[in-house]
Design a protein. Sequence first.
Length: 508
Amino acid sequence: MNSPDIITSTKSFLDHLPVLQVLFPFAFAPLCVLFGHRKIALYITISACALAFVISLLLLRQVLIVGVVSYELGGWPPPVGIEYRVDFLNAFLLVLVSGMAFLTSIYLIGTMHAEIEEDKQTLFLTCFLLCISGLLGVLITGDAFNLFVFLEISSLSTYVMVAQGANKDKRALTAAFDYLVMGTIGATFFVIGIGFLYAATGTLNMYDIAERIREDLPNRTIQVAFAFILVGLGLKGALFPLHTWLPKAYSFSPTPTAVFLASTATKVAIYAIIRFLFSVFHSHPSMLESVLINIVMPLGILAMFAAGGIAFYQRDLKRMLAFSSVSQIGYILLGVSFMSTIGLTAAVVHLFNHGISKALLFVCTGIIFLSFGSSFYKNIKGLGRRMPWTSAAFLIGGLSLIGIPGTAGFISKWLLVQAAIEQGSWLIVAAILISSLIAILYVWQVTEIMYFAKSPSTETKEYLGPSSFLIVWILAFSTVFFGLNTSFTVEYSSKAANLLMNNFTMEK
């Protein structure tokens, strides 16, 4: 008698997964403030992140079975009402963001008390959940203005999270302020672009915008909107040379903040760029080709070399990893600029794999920072003998940055090389290989200091609690696993790329 009711309720729950994906972290955030106690707030945070991760896996399964999932909010069908829309691209990245959020929440168990003042820990956790909710909302929404709202929810929360590093370094306040200024400029550019799009089309639904601008070619208003949106999201995604806020934000913020931001925030902004390029403006192929080939591709290659070279000259692990992130973003931009299925596949794979590898490196750096009170190279001499577990995990992450076979970073660079060969761009093949040699230089520099430099006389205990140890080796295992078993990342990235390129090729 009860079985039909149970099935109905289960189906109802699954039907609401898109909104629950965003709602759980958002609803749990005020609970942290309501209960007030930092330990209860931490358990609430972990629970919310775990639920978000499970929901993202269920959504990915749904997309694999039924294709694109559309969810109407408030009973108003799109394009009148707000639509949450899940396809292979954002379902894949929902798993990355929610998974990194869950791992970061576990990492907080052993590190939050050491990096964040006790009376500010509840505030930090509240902002952390709001940031997660905002990033998930950016990924899942099909409404352009709704995307702006979620982008600002995540950004405003991030500014507070970065500022919490002032407990260890007062420069965190300056970093947060710089991030605030640049983020506000980026948001302003983006919302102006959305305003131009609305003026030209009379709608905010991204898929409805795509249909309407197809009927009105060429249109100077749409071209201006495209420019404003690209610059605004470029600032949010730290695209070279709009990256100036990123090194300070990663270097002076608490390590859990750097771990989460490095693995998710810039990736979500780049996702938004890809979404607008290939789902909204695909009906302007000549405009896209001109911008991607003449602007995005050169800037991506410049980022690969310039940011990689700057990373080599750093003498602090956090700043080296920050500039390395800017360099790796260049590879993603390069993949996007090829405007081919394999190029887009490489870009999406690199979004995922670099997120995991960079999270591993920042977790290891956090352990080093807590053990020594510093992450400067001069303080980590002989680290391989004094902290063997952390050093070994850091080396795995470093090899992935280079793109050594057997690590996650290899497959995306290999796909990039294939994309360049497919287009006969042998100079770009050379650029990819040479820029990878620069990565070898700055990774080897750290490895040499860790394993071959003479240790100082003072002994230091490895700050590696059970939760930190667990996260380090989950990420290290994932970095190797996704380097050896590429079926998951390449399969879903290829499906996402095919879906996006179908829109683009239909217009050419």
